[in-house]
Write a protein that binds this ligand. Sequence first.
Ligand code: ADP
Ligand code: ASP
Ligand code: MG
Length: 407
Amino acid sequence: MARVVHKYGGTSVATADHIKRVARRLEACHANGDQVVAVVSAMGKRTDELYALASEITHHPEPREMDVLLSTGEMVTSTLLSMALHELGLDAVSLTGAQAGIRTTAVYGRARISGIQTERMERELEAGRVVIVAGFQGVSEDFDVTTFGRGGSDTTAVALAAALEADRCEIFTDVAGVYTADPRVCSAARPLREIGYEEMLELATTGARVMHARAVEIGELYDVAIRVASSFDDDAPGTLIHGEMTMEQGNKVRGIAHQDHVAKITVRGVPDRPGIAAHLFEPLADAEVSVDTIVQNASVEKLTDMTFTVAPTDLDDALRVVEAVKTELGAAEVVSEPDLGTVSIVGTGMASAPGFAARMFRTLYDQNINVDMISTSDIRITCVISSERVGDAVRSLHDAFELDRED
Ligand code: ADP
Ligand code: ASP
Ligand code: MG
């Protein structure tokens, strides 16, 4: 008998018929004698609709109320899936994040899991029930409902697999695994058979939304192998994300990630003295604004420019914070640019071989795409470019690095 955690994303549970289909898949798993936990997302675009609904009431919703509102999307799916299993004659129980024992920090909208009390789930599994858990939510110490941020149901699934010491963690989505690039942007992209945690984490943090980055982090930390596969195609093998890469990946880019929209803020004419970066980025961190690419220009006549990118949704908050510290920094002006995007190439082979950056820049240049900012890690190069050229950049880089070829 194996213990398995499945996760079904929004498209896979978009309608009542989809939910019935998922129920039949779980029935097959249960019939195998497996103990089954299923984590579900909100139906279709329900989370977007809940955001839109709140914005009809207010442009500044209370974060606490927002989290309760958003959590209802996954609760609806979990109850309906439990009912669908009952219809098939199976014993099943739906649990909210709180009922599943998922404890989190009290940071609304981006809460982190602090611990999971598994007793209730263990009891239900022992009783032979299929356990359905509402994704992307937990409860703070004060018993307030919290959510994990967009795409966070993957994190629920991997965290439960770790806490329940599951034999398998399978993320079922609307594409056949992790591709070399977003298949909706690049038709030449192909599914990878396997990928290491490190590469997957870089892809996820730079825009490959097929996996929530924090789910990959938890997977690596607790050594949970994660299979990403299509919920619509039972035969496709999908992609295994794990830490025991057997193949020599060698001198290759493994994947390309992109973000269609990022915003850039430049603080101009800052006196170049110790502490300016701290004075700028500490208040941003206090305001929970997460900052991506940061570039500080070489100073000219003891004045420098600081430029950084943020998610477009954080732009207003970031500008408010920066305007407030502008005088203290002695900066001349603050300017922002909203219509940017990013494209990233990722591969562990990059750490040991030169030439990747040159080929990336040449490819973008040949496409007449201007590179606005560059950031790198050992295994990644990211270029900030115009939002409207992101698709062209992904496709031309996919071609230049020959990612359509089998490993
Ligand atoms: P779910 O609702 O199942 O969680 P998501 O929409 O969050 O699904 O993630 C799946 C989507 O991620 C795909 O439809 C695809 O457009 C996008 N995506 C981006 N990059 C990749 C990639 N490298 N491989 C596969 N899908 C990707
Ligand atoms: N429903 C949430 C979202 O749309 C969480 C998830 O689907 O993973 O972001
Ligand atoms: Mg997702």
